[in-house]
Design a protein around this ligand. Structure first.
Ligand SMILES: [Zn+2]
Length: 359
């Protein structure tokens, strides 16, 4: 009889013992269990090849890989869906963070504000990362993140950075890279898992509770004051529509509302405000709509909306820019100018999270 190439009894016994110990320890088995496993455990799994490399180099004098390969393996790699180029890119985490920072925050901001954005961009990516237990990108499920700012985070590659910064490319590339290096490997965690670090351009003085916007409750995404924003160009805005224009927009977004130019002022009634004072729900004729829907229909900068009408026009005034949840970029810049460190600023906007280093 021909001998088959099967594992030896000793190997099978070893595997059996290892599996039993794994089960007895209560270690995760299913994808769901892995998803809720502590961050340290998942990181250990990712780091296993590199640690084996170090053990081998100590025992035998030569490792499993070259030191450059070992470093490459120890760096988390993201699967990024490039929305514009419609292709998947594999990017080392820190390289992705510099590109996201370049696209998401003005590069002339204070170094401490840039560091805040580097940490939030890195945390966002790991929160979404499939390897770290995230759910990946909503648009392309097999990728960790995409480059569409309304889905994941904005992204500027070298070419885009050169065109957006022009003659100041070297300076701004250095400023953003410095912020990434100064915070290398730092993320925000909550109960041992990467936090969801939502952020926006300007809060208008007070950030928003996450459940008022995204119907989920997270204890570190609560309304906090955001002082010092008043001087920013994004702090307040107003849009003037003729009564006819406003009615056309509202009827196209909410066909059942039945508003008329002559009576629009009395047909637009605030029903509920959120705890931060933004529009929760508003009655438009006979349609009850959310502040977010009203903002989208009228192309406004935020849901911090008030309005006044005369017999020809209606003016919508807004405070801030964006959904208002989490860190205000303008607020972070204002705190940095006051001398706060990036760690203090992040603690202000994401209370209860920990600044943790991924090994
Ligand atoms: Zn996405």
């Amino acid at each position: 009889m021909q001998k088959q190439n099967l594992p030896s009894v000793r190997t099978c016994l070893l595997l059996l013992i290892l599996s039993t110990v794994w089960l007895l320890l209560g270690a995760p088995l299913t994808p769901d269990q892995w998803r809720s496993a502590p961050l340290e455990l998942r990181q250990s799994m990712l780091q296993l090849p590199v640690r084996m490399h170090y053990i081998f180099s100590r025992w035998y004098g030569t490792g499993l890989f070259s030191s450059a390969q070992a470093e490459a393996i120890s760096t988390p790699i993201l699967r990024v869906w490039n929305t514009e180029q419609r292709r998947v890119q594999l990017l080392p985490l820190e390289e992705y963070v510099q590109c996201a920072l370049a696209a998401e925050m003005p590069a002339h901001y204070d170094p401490q504000a840039l560091r805040c954005q580097a940490v939030t961009a890195r945390t966002y990516a790991l929160h979404a990362s499939l390897l770290y237990g995230g759910n990946g990108c909503d648009t392309v499920a097999s990728c960790d993140v995409c480059t569409n700012s309304s889905c994941c985070q904005a992204y500027a590659d070298k070419e885009l950075q050169q065109s957006q910064w022009g003659a100041e490319y070297s300076l701004f590339h250095k400023r953003t890279s410095d912020a990434v290096h100064a915070t290398e490997g730092l993320i925000l965690t909550y109960e041992g898992l990467p936090a969801l670090p939502l952020y926006h351009a300007c809060s208008g003085g007070l950030t928003e509770n996450v459940q008022e916007v995204f119907s989920q409750s997270l204890p570190y995404l609560i309304s906090v004051e955001s002082p010092g924003e008043e001087a920013a160009s994004t702090y307040s805005d107003h849009v003037v529509y003729t009564l006819e224009e406003a009615c056309t927009r509202l009827r196209s977004a909410f066909p059942e509302c039945g508003v008329e130019p002559d009576s629009l002022a009395s047909q637009l009634r605030l029903q509920t405000a959120t705890s931060s004072g933004r529009v929760g729900t508003v009655l438009i004729g006979s349609a009850l709509v959310s502040g977010r829907e009203l903002r989208a229909a009228l192309d406004l900068r935020s849901t911090y909306i008030t309005w006044e009408a005369d017999n020809r026009t209606i003016t919508f005034r807004t405070k801030g820019y964006g959904h208002g949840v989490g860190m205000s970029q303008v607020g972070a810049q204002a705190m940095a100018a006051e001398g706060y460190s990036f760690a203090e600023i992040l603690q202000h906007y994401y209370p209860g999270t920990c600044l943790t280093r991924i090994p």
